[in-house]
Design a protein around this ligand. Sequence first.
Ligand code: ACO
Length: 336
Amino acid sequence: MKDLFKRLEDKAIANKQRIILPESTEPRTMQAADKILANGVADIILIGDATEIAAKAAELGLQNIGKARIVDPNDEQANEKYAQTFYELRKKKGVTLEDARKKIKDPLYLGCLLIKHGEADGQVAGAQNTTGNVLRAAFQVLKTAPGVSAVSGAFIMLMPEGSPYGENGIMVFADCAVIPDPDAKQLAQIAVSTNETAKTLAGISPHIAMLSFSTKGSASHEKVDKVVEATKLAKEMCPELDIDGEMQADAAIVPSVAATKAPGSQVAGKANVLVFPDLGVGNIAYKLVQRIAGATAVGPVLQGLAAPVNDLSRGCSPEDIYKTILLTCNQAIARH
Ligand code: ACO
């Protein structure tokens, strides 16, 4: 785990990105920002009132917050251009210019608009806001990357020392955070996006298993058909993927089970990227592996947005926020 974050930190320092923290007076966020600035990892943009931010920094004894750029959501004159952009983006949805001017006072939206205007490279939020609010601002303003149909959320799973699973103990699971009930096309998109996350962030060579309760036709059900169809679509979208399915989790990761249930599969028995058939399965699976197997779950990393925005758990620590900023910087670097 140390190696993963050291690699991400070194890369971020060498290619400094501009990261927005909309929850600017939230203490854990400020502590993480202070450390990011002290280590020269990224340029930080805080959205809030300069006097309040300075007072909070003094109260927390933070020395480096003064290096951050501050954008005031109540500076109506300076922010009119962002209101105009939001209005243009959303007028078809019935948003008026007056609505847009109100909306951009929400730091989550203003942050995404700064990215849209090329003034920042990524955003990290969620220590105070819900997942839905963080995601909705990103969906409405930034939207998906070119060629991507749906945003999803992956976890980089770091297995405990000595575990035989994954590449050097690293696996990637998706979607564990965003799309409650993906159709075959969305599931294919999840596989393609997770392939990219596995390569650029987790630093592994992806072998992708499309998971189901069936292996190679052992059961018939429309839920199995969906996974079979998604596997086919993913191969069409990205022929170089090393992907196979449908298969059960044991066939995906245990060589002896793979030999019996999926002989001849290039992926079965050595999968290090697991794509789950829906969010219920993905979310439960990552939490069980984390708790029962003692794995460290890094994420969720939001994949497929036009620019990186990542969501924090409201129970996060300053260290979690620091690491999420590292992931966001590296996603931004991979985009350029
Ligand atoms: N990818 C891209 N765009 C999307 C996606 C997606 N996956 N989902 C919604 N959108 C877009 C819609 O197209 C829509 O765009 P438009 O307004 O321009 O037409 C916009 O986002 C809003 O869409 P809604 O359907 O109104 O979005 P809604 O508010 O219903 O929900 C949300 C979106 C919040 C992501 C929802 O899917 C959700 O709640 N997902 C589960 C999140 C969650 O609770 N995860 C578990 C916790 S996280 C964890 O445990 C790690």
